[in-house]
Design a protein around this ligand. Sequence first.
Ligand code: SAH
Ligand code: MG
Length: 195
Amino acid sequence: MNKQELEKIKQKALEDHIPIIMDDTLEVMEEYLREEKPERILEIGTAVGYSAICFTEFLTENGVIDTIERETKRVKEARENIKKAEVEEKINIYEGDAVEILPTIHEKYDVVFIDAAKGKYPFFLKEALRMVKPNGIIFADNILYKGYVMSDYNKHKQRTAVRNLREYIKEVSENPNLETEILEVGDGLAVSKIK
Ligand code: SAH
Ligand code: MG
C-alpha cells in the first residue's frame, strides 16, 4: 500500500466531510486485525475506500476485502483511491444497496465491518452472523451515535437510528455465541467475537 497516497485520501475525505473511520477507532480495529490475520473481510459502507485501504495491510498474502457502497459518486472515487493506493487486486467493490446485495453473497468472512445506515444495523447483523466464520469478528462503527444510544433522551430526529442501534447492542450482548464489548472510542465501536 502507498502510505503517502493514503494520507492524501484521508485529508481529502475529511475536507469533503465524508464520515470516514476515526483515528482512535481505526487503531483499536488494527490491533484486532493484526491478531486475526484475516483472509477475507466484508465491509458494509465503503464511502471513498479509506477504511478498506487501511485494512489491506492486515490481510494474508492472498486476502481480499469485499465492500459495499450505494452512492455511485463515492464508488467512483473509491475506485480511484484504491488504484492510487495500489491495492486494486485486494479490494472488490459491490455497487448498490447492501440490503439487496448482502442476501446474494454466499461467501464466508473472517471479519465483517458494519459502517453504513444505522437504521439497518439489526439486518446487517443477521447477514453478518450468516457469513462470519467461527473465531471471526463482527465490528460495528458508530454504535453509540454521539452518545444518543446510551442516553434516555428519545425525542431527537434520529429516533429510528437510535432504536436500531440499541437493538443491535441488545442482540449481540444476548447472543450466547458471541463475546461482545462496546468500546467508547470514536463514535462507539461494538466488537463481537464469534466463539
Ligand atoms: N467505512 C468508510 C466510511 C463509511 S460511511 C470509512 O471508514 O472510510 C458510510 C457509507 O455507507 C456512506 O458512504 C453511505 O453512502 C453508505 N451506505 C449507507 N447505507 C448503505 C446501504 N444500505 N447500502 C450501501 N451503502 C450504504
Ligand atoms: Mg463510521
